[in-house]
Design a protein around this ligand. Structure first.
Ligand code: ADP
Ligand code: MG
Length: 303
């Protein structure tokens, strides 16, 4: 690991005794998760607010330093929107999926695989880590094909969402290679098809699949809301598959929460021990989730 160049954002006001106690309390978690893989979906406000960005980068580096293997998968909805707007285009979504024509695909590749990914790599490196940016093309990581999006109400109907991909297979060898060294992989959610064509894949779907394939201990999805909310706007701290079905059926879960919850549930059912949708607006939310009893958000149960 390189020297720290950025000052840590830990509040300097914590009394030494309290600080020692806090550190000591983290020990059981460090021991429990040492050597384990954590897949982190980085999205929402945590991605656009500079103070939250720095806190996120520090958390990732700290988790790596204490022996865990974080893998970051990033989204970039707001950044794609801004780039499309500059071209006079407006984003369109069907069931939480971005309709991706050829021009939008070019923008997605350039914004996610270029700008956003490299920003995150830079931030983590600045916090003292060694991040490596990858798209699904690197090392043959994510093979994809065109998504067949079945209508959520009428299963006989399909939507054409252009170059939105669904994952066909994952070859995680590039990730395990990087993890075995001191590197922190940062993955952009772009897959490639049999003819080397690119696919825009929802980042939650990619994070969930990677967590499954890597047999991750945890999948943490940072978002721009407290967690999954019920009809009254109250936070649901725990969700079972049957409750998720109900909330999707009655429209309580909509938009970007649809692929997120579907991915989260898949991962939980496939053996990822802990799956949490957490509030990325809380500074160091990820650290609190991994190294303490504190939980901010919704835990997804496998049954
Ligand atoms: P990201 O993928 O960056 O975390 P998304 O916008 O794709 O963000 O997904 C999160 C959004 O899902 C929330 O901001 C909210 O608008 C929407 N959403 C829909 N249904 C719910 C729900 N029941 N609880 C919480 N958020 C929901
Ligand atoms: Mg989303």
């Amino acid at each position: 690991m390189t020297d720290h160049t950025a000052a840590p954002t830990v509040a300097p006001t914590v009394a030494p005794h309290d600080q020692a106690q806090i550190l000591a309390q983290a020990m059981p978690y460090i021991r429990k998760f040492h050597g384990k893989t954590l897949v982190i979906k980085y999205g929402g406000n945590a991605m656009t607010d500079p103070a939250l960005q720095q806190a996120f980068a520090e958390d990732v580096v700290l988790l790596k330093l204490v022996g865990m293997n974080p893998v970051v998968v990033h989204g970039g909805g707001p950044q794609i929107e801004t780039a499309l707007k500059r071209l006079g285009k407006k984003g369109e979504f069907i069931q939480g999926m971005r309709v991706t024509d050829a021009e939008t695909m070019e923008v997605v590749e350039w914004v996610l695989g270029g700008e956003v990914q490299q920003d995150i790599v830079g931030m983590i490196n600045r916090a003292g880590g060694k991040a490596v940016g990858l798209t699904g093309r690197d090392g043959g990581l994510i093979r994809a094909k065109k998504l067949r999006l079945v209508d959520s109400q009428d299963p006989t109907k399909e939507h054409d969402v252009g170059q939105v991909g669904e994952i066909e297979s994952i070859d995680p060898s590039i990730l395990t290679c990087l993890q075995d060294d001191a590197f922190i992989p940062v993955v952009s959610p772009i897959g490639f098809g049999v003819n080397n064509e690119s696919y825009n894949i929802n980042a939650d779907v990619v994070a969930a699949k990677l967590a499954t394939v890597l047999q991750a201990e945890k999948l943490l999805m940072l978002t721009n809301i407290r967690g999954v909310l019920d009809k009254q706007g109250e936070l649901l701290t725990e969700l079972t598959p049957s409750r998720i079905d109900e909330l999707c059926a009655d429209g309580t879960i909509s938009g970007g929460m649809i692929p997120k919850i579907a991915g989260a549930l898949d991962a939980a059912k496939s053996g990822v021990n802990a799956v949490h949708i957490i509030d990325g607006r809380v500074p160091h939310a990820m650290l609190l989730e991994v190294l303490s009893e504190q939980a901010f958000g919704t835990m997804i149960r496998s049954r």
